[in-house]
Design a protein around this ligand. Structure first.
Ligand code: CA
Length: 221
């Protein structure tokens, strides 16, 4: 799952990126409102965290303009000490949630999780398909009674594939949702990670769970 953070205070943005990455999200950061808006409009993020006060374009304007472009990605606005009226107008701009600064990261993380659930869906602690089960709290998987930890990237890859079970997931989709924008788009990184993941989750039968669809990508389930 990939998150865009638009925050002009570089230290806050860097901390947020580091902490979100530790929770197994890919994170892109922008410090300027115009650039953040462009990025949000031209990429398919799973969630956008918007600071309210930004140079170029503020969080409120970014949010309402994205909604005008029919971009429905969940948006959470982070803002210093908003009064009730301010909160109402923030939600009126089409934001899904609002969090006042300073906030505890644990609260932000819990709200991020809630926003990433599909509407009406209760996010289970584990995601299970064909006897493979992925634990979202311990970032590990279990197969045939054996539990093994995954690296953050392996977890993110497997989570994205399992969330899209039954559908072909292209390399472009994986780049868009699992890697941040620092990645070399032409690297063999995706195939290498898939290869390692296959060996790890089922060493005996490694090509069965994550199948390659030649010319298109990968499919699970
Ligand atoms: Ca700010």
């Amino acid at each position: 799952m990939k998150i865009l953070v638009v925050e002009d205070q570089e230290a806050i943005a860097a901390t947020l990126k580091r902490k979100l990455e530790a929770e197994c999200y890919a994170v892109d950061v922008e410090h300027d409102g115009e650039r953040g808006f462009y990025k949000a409009r031209t990429n398919d993020y799973d969630l956008i965290l918007l600071d309210k006060g930004l140079p170029g374009k503020d969080g409120y304007a970014i949010c309402s303009e994205l909604r005008n472009y029919k971009i429905t990605t969940p948006i959470m606005i982070l803002s210093v000490a908003a009064g009730t009226e301010d909160k109402v107008s923030l939600l009126d701009c089409g934001a899904d949630d609002y969090l006042a600064k300073p906030y505890a990261f644990s609260e932000l993380a819990a709200r991020v999780k809630a926003l990433l659930r599909r509407p009406g869906q209760i996010e289970a602690k584990t995601l299970a398909i064909d006897g493979f089960s992925l634990d979202r709290e311990t970032y590990s998987f279990t197969f045939r009674g054996t539990t093994a930890p995954l690296t953050p990237k392996e977890f993110m890859l497997l989570e994205y594939l399992m969330k899209n079970a039954g559908k072909v997931v292209s390399r472009g989709m994986l780049l868009g949702h699992v890697w941040d924008d620092g990645v070399d788009q032409f690297s063999k990184s995706i195939d290498m990670h898939i290869m390692n993941l296959r060996k790890k989750i089922d060493p005996q039968n490694k090509d069965v769970f994550i199948r390659t669809v030649p010319g298109h990508g990968f499919i699970v389930g």
